[in-house]
Write a protein that binds this ligand. Structure first.
Ligand code: PLP
Length: 400
């Protein structure tokens, strides 16, 4: 069947593929522990669900304005002021069907035909694929566990060319949990000051899931630097911080030209996101963050337990995550080892082995631009985390 050649330019997300394979194994009767999850295992807080039920009863059932209800965009502005001390007007906000669509809108607004986009690795799977879908060229900056998986201003400047249009990064980072400090962001901002044609997409969707808060670090947005704010697109959404992955609610805050461009694209693709989710999002953003804080408390306990469990794996090299709910250990020591006739050549082989033999699902680092690592999620209850690590240990110990 002849389909568009555009389809050959990008890949299906490895995270979604892994979840699918896990589900298939489970459907065949095998009990699989899922440590591949990229979403909170908690339910959406009750006050947000109540707001959605009320919105249904009040018949919020018509098409919404393309960039989202004004009341919601005002609530986003209040949130950005409250949490980030950032000033935006509702005209600068576009609400979309998940941060994933916000990202797609933004990339399609800025990138076309061989424009270069700089992405530090490891990175969230979708960045590179959306750039490719926009026919842009991805330029990676490699980071290492020893550098805390963060780039330096020197690395950034070395990657910029006259064709560079956009820089995309997440802090806290999926998959490494790396969190940039204010000083580190300031260093990057100083470089961006020198290149006025370059835009910066700052993915802050894990903002609340930040363990650096304990050290006085806290979340920092690169949009706080006035010299570059006009070129920063803040990307955020309700999926992670409010356990609302299925509601599909994301947003950008950007300069008015970018916001208008995203609205234009969205006007053709979806006409705007779901009306009920939008009404519920107003309540989520305007309410105290006690439910979020409670979830983060649980993630923190799990992270501590995962770090404890990892002491039993001297061959896994890792950096302690300061945010998000993943650990991203290097698994190179297992490459070349065998289970029966099967050789583990790379992280993808190891993930498939862990899934099929140890019955625990993780995600290969290939999916995040680092083929030496795997991503293990602790967005699962303690019992499953304990069982998952027992299985990983058993599986790895069998490799000779
Ligand atoms: N950004 C990052 C770093 C993510 O990990 C995800 C989801 O996994 C998203 C954006 C997209 O979130 P959503 O489309 O659910 O709002």
């Amino acid at each position: 069947m002849q389909l568009s050649s555009l389809l050959t330019k990008f890949n299906e997300p490895e995270t979604i593929k892994m979840a699918k394979l896990g589900r298939e194994l489970r459907a065949s009767g095998i009990d699989v522990v899922d440590l591949s999850l990229g979403e909170p295992d908690f339910n959406t807080p009750d006050h947000i669900k109540e707001a959605a039920k009320k919105a249904i009863d009040e018949n919020w059932s018509h098409y919404t304005p393309v960039p989202g209800y004004l009341e919601l965009r005002e609530a986003v502005c209040r949130k950005l002021k409250r949490d980030n001390n950032l000033e935006y007007t509702p005209q600068q906000i576009v609400v979309s069907t998940g941060a994933k669509q916000s990202l797609a809108n933004t990339v399609l607004s800025i990138v076309y035909d061989d424009d270069e986009v700089i992405i530090p690795t490891p990175y969230w799977v979708t960045y590179s694929e959306i750039v490719r879908l926009a026919r842009g060229k991805v330029v990676f900056i490699r980071t290492t566990p020893d550098a805390g998986f963060k780039i330096t201003p020197e690395q950034l400047e070395a990657a910029i060319t006259p064709k560079t249009r956009l820089f995309i990064f997440s802090s806290p980072c999926n998959p490494t949990g790396a969190v940039y400090t204010k000083t580190e962001l300031e260093g990057l901002a100083k470089v961006f000051e020198k290149y006025p044609d370059l835009f910066i997409l700052s993915d802050e969707i894990y903002e609340y899931i930040n363990y650096a808060n304990d050290n006085g670090g806290g979340h920092q947005s690169i949009a706080q630097f006035d010299s570059i704010k006009n070129r920063v697109i803040v990307l955020n959404g309700l999926s992670k911080g409010f356990a609302m992955t299925g509601w599909r609610l994301g947003y950008i805050a950007a300069n008015i030209d970018i916001a208008k461009a995203c609205e234009k694209i969205q006007g053709q693709f979806t006409s705007g996101t779901n009306s009920i989710a939008q009404r519920a999002a107003i309540t989520a953003l305007d309410s105290p963050l006690s439910a979020t804080d409670e979830m983060v408390k649980q993630f923190k306990k799990r992270k501590a337990r995962v770090l404890q469990l990892l002491t039993e794996f001297p061959d896994l090299k890792y950096t302690e995550p300061d945010g998000a709910f993943y650990i991203f250990p290097e698994v190179k020591k297992y490459f070349g080892k065998k289970s029966g006739n099967e050789t583990i050549n790379n992280a993808s082989d190891l993930c498939m082995y862990l899934l099929n033999v140890a019955h625990v699902s993780t995600v290969t680092g290939d999916a995040f631009g680092n083929p030496d690592c795997i991503r293990i999620s602790f967005a699962n209850n303690m019992e499953n985390i304990e069982e998952g690590f027992i299985r990983i240990k058993r599986g790895l110990d069998q490799l000779k």
